[in-house]
Design a protein around this ligand. Structure first.
Ligand SMILES: Cc1cc2nc3c(=O)[nH]c(=O)nc-3n(C[C@H](O)[C@H](O)[C@H](O)COP(=O)(O)OP(=O)(O)OC[C@H]3O[C@@H](n4cnc5c(N)ncnc54)[C@H](O)[C@@H]3O)c2cc1C
Length: 383
């Protein structure tokens, strides 16, 4: 197994890192403070081609394989300090654009993919409900057939990108008694009558990634807006989760690599007691542990990329990557704050923001507990 990047993959990743460093870091501290979505930076990502990177060429994308995409996302995470923007991009790409490219009809692809790929149309994935989080089978949003249409009624919560989205991928059930098996997915234009949003959800971190509740009140959608065949909602939901878990934290490897560089630099420059703080074993060992966790995170990630590119990836691999990357991301944020002393605790340096941003990764796309449940089940354990 060769996990080395090709010269082309490396060159593209370098271009992404340069673009992200130069174009995506305007006013990040202020945007975090005010909860502002960086619309201009989003447009720049679209123009650069990041929003279409893994979309098949036949559907207007660049057709990048998994490893190339991961390398580009790692570079994005290294260069871009706006983790909220990067997370919004991941939600748009993995939870809506890719599933639409894979499961959509020609008419659905023609209608939505050009805008999703160039960034002029933003997408949101609406699955979670007030009483259905870790247990998606408990969704109660109803899809009731009315002639050629469906009527959607229910409430979706924690919907990333909802305040800026033009397209919602909404999960609903045609029969709550059938649980997961009754699920359907619908492509819903945000301006459809009956769709309303709650106020922006205030969050601990990822504050530049907008989020809101979505209320659906007898929203009429044509049957042709269903993604996939009737009854395929469960399979589509599972496929989305597997893909999202595989890629959503790829940028975090870049952020963690930046943390490591920043910590090594600080430990060499900052002197206390007549020595650089890196001369103290407690500090040096913390940095060595950071490096070890980063290396294991990158190995797991790129190994999964290789498996995906060879059609050998399983749900277990995706769950382990999601679990390990989110936990190491949080620890990397904690270590970086700690290593910078009081400066790390101030908002000026930005590392406390990375820590707040990292915390969300233990919840979205399935909590760490749920990843362990999935892994245990696939190992033949648990319920
Ligand atoms: C930043 C962010 C962005 C998000 N974006 C979206 C989005 O775009 N679209 C969307 O639909 N949703 C989104 N979500 C919601 C996310 O998918 C849910 O938060 C997640 O599925 C957990 O559901 P919950 O928050 O209701 O927690 P709960 O399910 O209520 O869990 C609470 C606690 O109980 C534990 N727990 C629950 N069940 C079990 C179990 N069976 N075994 C062990 N422990 C268990 C959990 O691990 C957790 O610690 C987002 C969440 C966050 C934080």
């Amino acid at each position: 197994m060769d996990l080395d990047l090709t010269p082309e993959q490396r060159a593209y990743a370098d271009t992404v890192e340069k673009f992200a460093t130069q174009e995506l870091n305007d006013a990040v501290t202020a945007h975090d403070r005010d909860g502002t979505f960086a619309a201009e930076a989003w447009r720049a990502c679209g123009q650069f081609g990041l929003l279409k990177l893994p979309i098949p060429v036949a559907h207007g994308g660049s057709g990048a394989d998994a490893v190339s995409t991961m390398a580009a996302l790692e570079a994005l995470g290294y260069g871009c300090r706006d983790n909220g923007l990067v997370f919004s991009l991941g939600a748009h790409l993995w939870a809506v654009t890719m599933p639409l490219a894979r499961f959509g009809t020609d008419a659905q692809r023609d209608r939505y993919l050009p805008g999703l790929c160039d960034g002029t149309l933003i997408a949101a994935h609406a699955a979670t409900e007030p009483d259905a989080g870790s247990d998606p089978a408990a969704m109660t949003t109803r899809a009731t057939r009315h002639g050629e249409d469906y009527l959607l009624t229910g409430t979706k919560t924690f919907v990333t990108n909802a305040p800026v989205a033009g397209l919602l991928l909404v999960f609903a059930t045609t029969d709550p008694a059938r649980g997961f098996a009754g699920l359907c997915a619908f492509l819903l234009d945000r301006d459809t009558p009956g769709v309303t949003l709650g106020p922006s959800t205030a969050k601990t971190g990822l504050r530049t990634s907008p989020m809101a509740e979505v209320f659906l009140d007898d929203v009429r959608v044509p049957a042709a807006a269903m993604l996939g065949q009737p009854g395929a909602g469960m399979a589509i939901f599972t496929a989305i989760m597997r893909q999202e878990r595989s890629f959503i934290l790829a940028p975090a490897t870049g952020t963690m690599r930046r943390h490591l560089d920043q910590c090594v630099d600080h430990a060499r420059r900052r002197h206390q007691g007549g020595h650089p703080i890196g001369a103290y074993q407690a500090v040096a060992h913390r940095i060595v542990d950071m490096r070890l966790r980063l290396d294991t995170a990158r190995l797991l990630l790129y190994h999964l990329g290789w498996l995906l590119d060879h059609d050998r990836a399983t749900d277990l691999d995706a769950a382990l990557v999601k679990l390990h990357l989110s936990e190491t991301f949080v620890q990397s944020g904690l270590d970086t704050v700690q290593l910078h002393g009081a400066a790390g605790y101030t908002t000026d340096l930005g590392v406390e923001r990375d820590l707040r941003d990292a915390l969300g990764s233990r919840a979205y796309s399935g909590t760490s507990d749920i990843q362990k449940n999935i892994a245990a089940r696939l190992l033949g354990l648990g319920r």
